[in-house]
Design a protein around this ligand. Structure first.
Ligand SMILES: *Cc1c(COP(=O)(O)O)cnc(C)c1O
Length: 447
């Protein structure tokens, strides 16, 4: 306790937290973590055990300190924790690439490893630009995307985030000018019967506009980038999966590559292994991250097709015959080994995502439904192991966080959204506790 009382002032003196001033106003100390549970101390030094309902930002799918992942890390750390990837290869990297390809849409055959999700998107952008230039279309160096998206925090990726809610304003004119279409119409997924309620009219209207924007700018647009079905950090927005088929078709018609950013949605989170499966389409480039390592380490991957890889490597039209990227820690053996262990757990027939996510989906749908009765609640939506309560006002983040932690639930709301994506191993009882905790916390603070 004495030590922890010193921790927050020491933090405030030197440590910067995400999207925060250097002195963040309300921090908790995380003491340890095991399974779905975090041991926290609040700013008053009081201890709490709280379920990590955020899955530590989508990543912690197997829970904290999973023995299989820890064991994989320990073993690899004794063999070779790191080695450069330029000119060298190793078993964990080759096995991970094989495993990702085997578990991905069939045309995706080549894997580029990197450090984090934002970088995986940067690499996807380089693939698009290099591909277009190599095929004699160097002016097709802009992307078309939709409003409300989130693709990362680096300079190239933030230019693809929502132009109003993102960081364009703070960094203009350094943000690259990409082209934005409206966000696709909302998708209404009915958990009880596992079906979507279509709005054909809304989809057709959107499709016409999307296609005409792409046609108008076809000489400049080299690719389309989307978060499939669920926009995450841009607003936890679920849209009609058929919009992806529209995008796929429009890309093919105008020599554009389709990039799907599955960094948040991949590995079963939305109730399909990849969210693009909801639409039955395949991308030309796919970005993976977050849950890739099972949440233990940072790491990401960009996958692409033989066609794209060949052009990027071909050196035609004055382009260098190489993909122009190479992070220092690319293909880190610890990252590869722990990702392989995570994939093994995820694809286990008895206990993997395909068992757990539908279970969590039903529990979240039942448990969060009563939130609709609160005056402050505008919408409740559940897709896979993602539950969202949208308020009709901005969330008092500090007050709602405190109220939830007192009920044993760790959350990190933003704007009007209180949302959860718990680890897949979260038990039935813990999932019910999350739902009760959220509803009571919102009721207490906002009514
Ligand atoms: C989190 C996220 C990113 C960025 O990943 P980092 O590892 O934070 O760089 C990119 N795209 C999507 C959809 C994300 O959710």
């Amino acid at each position: 306790m004495v030590e922890s009382q010193g921790l927050l002032p020491r933090d405030a003196r030197h440590v910067w937290h995400p999207y925060a001033p250097v002195e963040e106003e309300q921090l908790y100390a995380a003491r340890s973590a095991d399974g779905a549970l975090l041991r926290l101390e609040d700013p008053q030094g009081q201890e709490h055990t709280a379920i990590d309902a955020m899955g530590s930002w989508w990543a912690m799918v197997h829970g904290h300190a999973h023995p299989k992942l820890i064991d994989a890390l320990r073993r690899q750390s004794e063999i070779m924790p790191h080695v450069m990837f330029g000119g060298l290869t190793h078993e964990p990297a080759v096995r991970l690439a094989e495993c990702l390809v085997a578990n991905s849409p069939s045309d995706l055959q080549h894997v580029f490893f990197s450090d984090s999700g934002s970088i995986a998107v940067e690499i996807a952008l380089k693939m698009v630009i290099q591909y277009q230039a190599a095929t004699g279309r160097p002016d097709k160096n802009r992307m078309l995307t939709v409003r409300g998206g989130y693709h990362g925090d680096t300079f190239a990726t933030m230019s693809l985030c929502d132009p109003v809610d993102g960081m364009h304003h703070a960094f203009s004119p350094l943000a690259t000018q990409h082209i934005f279409a409206p966000r696709p119409p909302g998708g209404h997924y009915d958990v009880a019967d596992g079906s979507w309620n279509w709005d054909d009219q809304a989809l057709n209207t959107w499709a016409e506009e999307f296609e005409s924007i792409l046609a108008d700018h076809r000489d400049r647009i080299g690719g389309v980038i989307l978060e499939p079905v669920l926009q995450g950090a841009g607003g936890m927005y679920v849209y009609d999966p058929r919009a992806l088929a529209v995008a796929r078709h429009a890309c093919d018609a105008h020599d554009c590559l389709l990039v799907l950013d599955e960094i948040a949605t991949g590995f079963g989170r939305t109730g399909r292994w990849t969210a693009s499966e909801w639409a039955g389409i395949e991308p030309d480039i796919m970005c993976l991250g977050k849950a890739l390592t099972g949440g233990t380490l940072t790491g990401a991957a960009t996958l692409t097709t033989i066609r794209v890889a060949k052009e990027v490597s071909g050196g035609r039209n004055g382009m260098p015959a190489a993909l122009l990227h190479g992070p220092t820690f690319m293909g880190n053996p610890l990252f590869c080994t722990v990702s392989l262990a995570s994939l093994e757990l995820l694809t286990d027939e008895e206990s993997g995502w395909a068992r757990q996510v539908p279970r969590l989906e039903r529990l979240l749908a039942d448990g969060l439904a009563p939130a609709r009765k609160l005056n402050s609640v505008a919408d409740v939506r559940v897709l896979g192991a993602v539950g969202v309560i949208e308020l009709n006002r901005d969330v008092d983040v500090r007050a709602v966080t405190r109220a939830a932690v007192r009920r044993g639930v760790w959350i990190r709301p933003f704007r009007r959204l209180v949302y959860v994506m718990p680890p897949y191993i979260t038990t039935d009882a813990q999932t019910r506790q999350i739902c009760h905790g959220l509803i009571e916390a919102i009721d207490e603070v906002h009514g």
